[in-house]
Design a protein around this ligand. Structure first.
Ligand SMILES: [Zn+2]
Length: 475
């Protein structure tokens, strides 16, 4: 063999060695579960969730006034359903509709924790009504299900928190730290009055929490290829959200004498330019944690990839959309089939990866498309959230509680693409996590904001069990 052949062979052996060593060194990050006392949860909780669903606390859009009959009715319902909680905890209403309960802890030197959910739900698309197994606000209970808007998003976690506090109060439990229950009323339209108002109010009071917990992470079943176990996705951060309007203005003209640059053609070209010049995939935090925690649970052949992102990261990052995504969502222009319009506009929505900003996305757009096109932001905008850590006491308590209540599940920290109310709480909380043990799979996932939203009785009781133990175990 020639000398170059030996060098080539040596390189292959070396790379294989690195791949192997890295793979062997990627070991499970899962903590050992604790043995828990079985918890008896009465069936009344099922009727209570059904009752909560009957209040159509719908958020239509940012400017619409909330339906006070529905929201105040829901508040009265909570008061009647959880008498101990309303006796022992103090309640403040923020911006009329949002609820902030304070459960005073016995040790004022400890930082509080904040448990969040939201009261509002999305509307039901009228033409899809016939596809529901029961009326979306009927609160129907079957042998194994509770059906209706809010059973997944997000009254199940709100009611589970209330139920677990009520149960703990009945046991005369007092938390060592103060616990806030923060229930916004406009999460589905950005949370600018609800969660943002609650966070501002707590900040004014000088509150700084150890942990905030909100929706946005689940027990996902068979959704991660290669992992047979249930995955408890604890999301440490969320992507940013920004839409940009691309505006083309020309002199227009008659379609029989088209100019070289047609208004609509220019706009179409800009969209194609953006689609063809996507923002890069990046292995940023918390995706690095996600790879480590998830990779360690995979069979050897898949594990090699996660253990060696230096070689395989592109395909892994692509599989989870780990970049700032580009999606054209609205296009408008033209009035008549023989007139070249003077104006054409498109809206392009971006979900921004941590590390990038609304401003950096705008620069990317301007550098990518023709400078004859005007670019302006439109509608709701938010930068990516900060990324919470996995070394804090809060994460350890959360992780241990999840593993103890669901020993078959593996905990995986990650990044969520959609927005939650939690993003307003980074300012007043050391760490912010998104997780409640709602079980989702590829099929039930489509029911979020969709048709036939429902939860199993058993899963609802699991959420209560989880919040009960989380509160009780938090030192
Ligand atoms: Zn929600």
């Amino acid at each position: 063999m020639k000398k170059s052949g030996y060098i080539f062979l040596a390189a292959i052996v070396m790379i294989a060695g690195i791949l192997l060593v890295n793979t062997l060194m990627l070991t499970s990050k899962q903590v050992a579960p604790d043995e828990l006392e079985p918890l008896q949860i009465p069936d009344a909780v099922i009727r209570n969730l059904s009752g909560a669903v009957t209040f159509p606390t719908i958020s239509y859009n940012e400017d619409a006034t909330p339906d006070s009959t529905a929201f105040f009715g829901f508040h009265r319902f909570l008061k009647a359903t959880f008498p101990l909680l309303h006796e022992k905890l103090s309640l403040e209403k923020i911006n009329d509709y949002s609820l902030l309960y304070t459960w005073k802890g016995s040790d004022a030197s400890k930082k509080p924790i904040i448990l969040m959910s939201h009261q509002d739900v999305v509307p039901v698309d009228q033409p899809t009504l016939t596809k529901w197994e029961a009326g979306p606000f009927e609160g129907k209970i079957t042998d194994d299900l509770i059906i209706g808007r809010g059973t997944m998003d997000d009254k199940s976690s709100l009611m589970a928190i209330m139920e677990s506090v009520e149960m703990l109060l009945a046991e005369n439990f007092t938390p060592s730290r103060t616990i806030y229950l923060a229930f916004g009323h406009d999460e589905e339209v950005g949370g600018s009055k609800g969660a943002a108002g609650i966070a501002a109010h707590l900040k004014d009071k000088g509150v700084h929490a150890a942990m905030t917990l909100d929706e946005g992470g689940f027990l996902s079943e068979n959704m991660v290829p290669g992992i047979d176990n249930t995955v408890a996705m604890v999301n440490l951060a969320e992507k940013g959200f920004a839409s940009f309007r691309l505006i083309v203005e020309t002199n227009g003209g008659h379609s029989s004498r088209p100019p070289r640059e047609n208004t609509i053609g220019m706009l179409a070209q800009a969209i194609v330019d953006l689609e063809e010049n996507q923002l890069p995939y990046k292995l940023v935090s918390p995706i690095d944690y996600q790879f480590e925690y998830m990779g360690a649970e995979l069979p050897f052949t898949d594990k090699i990839k996660y253990a060696n992102p230096w070689l395989f990261k592109n395909s892994l990052l692509q599989s989870i959309n780990a970049h700032t995504t580009t999606a054209a969502t609205i296009i408008e222009g033209g009035v008549k089939n023989n007139v070249i319009p003077t104006v054409a506009e498109a809206t392009v929505n971006f979900r921004i990866l941590p590390g990038e900003t609304i401003e950096s996305v705008k620069t990317h757009i301007q550098n990518t498309i023709s400078d004859k096109i005007r670019v302006e932001t439109v509608g709701f905008l938010t930068n990516p959230s900060p990324v919470s850590g996995i070394d804090s006491e809060a994460f350890m308590v959360l992780e241990k509680t999840i593993r103890s209540v669901f020993p078959e599940a593996v905990v995986v920290p990650g990044l969520v693409g959609g927005g939650t109310d939690a993003r307003y709480f980074y300012d007043i909380s050391d760490d912010v996590y998104r997780f409640y043990p709602l079980r989702i799979n590829a099929e039930s996932y489509t029911r979020f904001h969709g048709i036939d939203e429902k939860i199993s009785r058993e899963n609802y009781k699991e959420i209560i069990t989880f919040t009960y133990h989380l509160i009780k175990r938090y030192p």
